[in-house]
Write a protein that binds this ligand. Sequence first.
Ligand code: HEC
Ligand code: HEC
Ligand code: HEC
Ligand code: HEC
Ligand code: HEC
Length: 425
Amino acid sequence: MRNQRYLSVHLGIATRSHREKGRGRSVGVTLAIILGFSGLVPALGQMTQDTSATSDTLPKINADGWTSAEVCGECHQSIFAVWRESLHSKAWSNPIFQASYRRCTDTFGKEQSRVCLSCHTPTIRHGNDFDVENTVTSEGITCDFCHSVSSIDLSDKADPFRITVGKTKYGPLHHAQSPAHETINSQLHTRSEFCATCHEYQNANGVTIFGTYSEWKQSSYAKKGKQCQDCHMPLVPGRVVALNVKRKTNSSVNLHDISGSHDIDRVRKAVTLDLVGYEWLSEQAWVYVKVANVGSGHCFPTGLPKHKAVLEVTIHNGSELVGRREIPFEVVMLDKDRRLLKQEHEILVKAASIRSDTRLKPDEVRIIDISFRNIKATRLVLNAQLYYMYSTEALVEKDGQQLFEPVEMKFLVASRRSTMKPLGH
Ligand code: HEC
Ligand code: HEC
Ligand code: HEC
Ligand code: HEC
Ligand code: HEC
């Protein structure tokens, strides 16, 4: 708190780079020139003891190690608040990951499960805190990790990151100046390649377990230059740092609101469902259902193979169920003995081949025909429902014990209903 007050008093005149909406067209608008800290006259009582050491009162950035998000959050408050609710901040702590990580360690050993940490709590890449003892490690994909990435090399699959840990923060702004840290403008941070470091993974058998980046790379979005950030990290009106500084009305901030499939409304806009027709001759009927990926920059679903979508089509005669079909949109993985893999840790470590991939590609429009036989009715109600599903487990604490509990996520993306009559009626 003390630091915030300090900042609002003294940094009201700091430099602020301002970006226009739209990537690659950033403009630096210097609102004021930052004052040298030695020249500041601290106005707050508790800070007047030592004017020459004013920068000591600023939140501390660790010069040769990681800095906790809590520290960054003292100045970058709105970004911190949204990041803290995101899956990036929970990539280590979330009970679904914890369950899977525990299974992985129990089944394949600690050495193997370090691979999981390299994405879920990437700060282990510097400092080797494999037992997750430091707070900053438990922060999952924390601010300081992403903003210490100076370059990447995607051909170095095990270690694509080049990181510079310490006082320098890499980000998308031009001419940014911060009293707490150095800033370096990084175009990399505005590009999909940055996200590819974690959102693309081939296991030791060479099987692509998640291919979100390569799915995007082959899509029309990549051709149009629409990056992951354009959909998952939109700019909104607001402040990069909390300061009592007069700013232009169009000042904007990237709140790091990455919500993906956990945002129902976003999924609903991205995928459409329509009943396009039917044929019904005596006791047999065909129905035609159209599903389209109109707004997702990669396959629907993408990411973890256990994330799937299911189209449920039913026909009813009054209240009697006459027929029911389920069409999955998913990736099915097999081990080297062609056994079906079900749990995340097994898929990640043991997948040796892909049996099928029925997901919707970006921009794909698919007409699905479904037939029903032995129909004895003269009027039917057709229902089509598209669900997004993830069935897994979580590690939860109950009465001092850690237990695995099943988790079922299922939500309706779209539904359509229509009545049918046989030909000639
Ligand atoms: C997954 C990596 C990642 C994490 C975690 C992350 N950032 Fe960022 N941050 C980015 C990227 C990428 C951009 C640039 C996005 C764009 O505009 O294209 C960015 C932009 C910024 C900017 C520039 C200002 C702006 O509004 O664009 C600041 C400041 C910033 N982040 C601070 C933080 C803080 C503070 C945290 C933690 C609370 C944090 N970031 C967590 C990747 C990350
Ligand atoms: C004392 C306040 C303060 C603290 C603490 C702080 N920052 Fe900043 N940061 C700023 C200011 C001020 C700017 C410049 C904002 C501007 O120009 O609009 C900035 C800019 C940035 C940028 C943009 C750099 C660029 O060139 O795009 C990033 C990224 C960033 N900070 C990350 C962090 C991270 C990560 C932490 C924690 C390790 C952190 N900051 C801690 C005040 C702070
Ligand atoms: C250091 C690795 C890493 C980097 C870099 C990274 N991510 Fe992630 N991301 C993850 C992990 C791990 C998860 C899953 C966390 C979990 O569910 O436990 C995730 C989850 C997500 C989700 C799902 C959120 C939801 O609510 O469903 C989105 C969207 C996402 N990341 C977008 C991005 C974008 C965009 C970038 C690039 C700016 C990026 N990520 C960079 C590791 C990373
Ligand atoms: C055109 C906008 C768009 C672009 C570009 C885009 N996404 Fe998405 N993303 C979406 C939408 C919409 C969803 C929700 C529907 C879905 O799951 O496909 C989503 C979902 C996700 C999810 C959650 C998947 C799940 O099932 O939990 C992740 C992770 C993700 N995106 C990462 C990325 C990454 C990484 C990139 C860049 C390589 C990217 N996205 C590019 C729109 C986009
Ligand atoms: C290359 C980076 C990477 C590695 C290595 C990795 N993960 Fe992940 N993990 C991700 C990303 C990215 C997501 C989010 C996928 C999505 O939603 O698209 C994720 C999601 C998950 C989820 C789903 C969490 C949720 O909240 O929905 C589990 C469980 C998981 N990973 C377990 C593991 C385990 C266990 C390992 C080690 C065997 C591992 N991961 C290794 C990047 C990685």
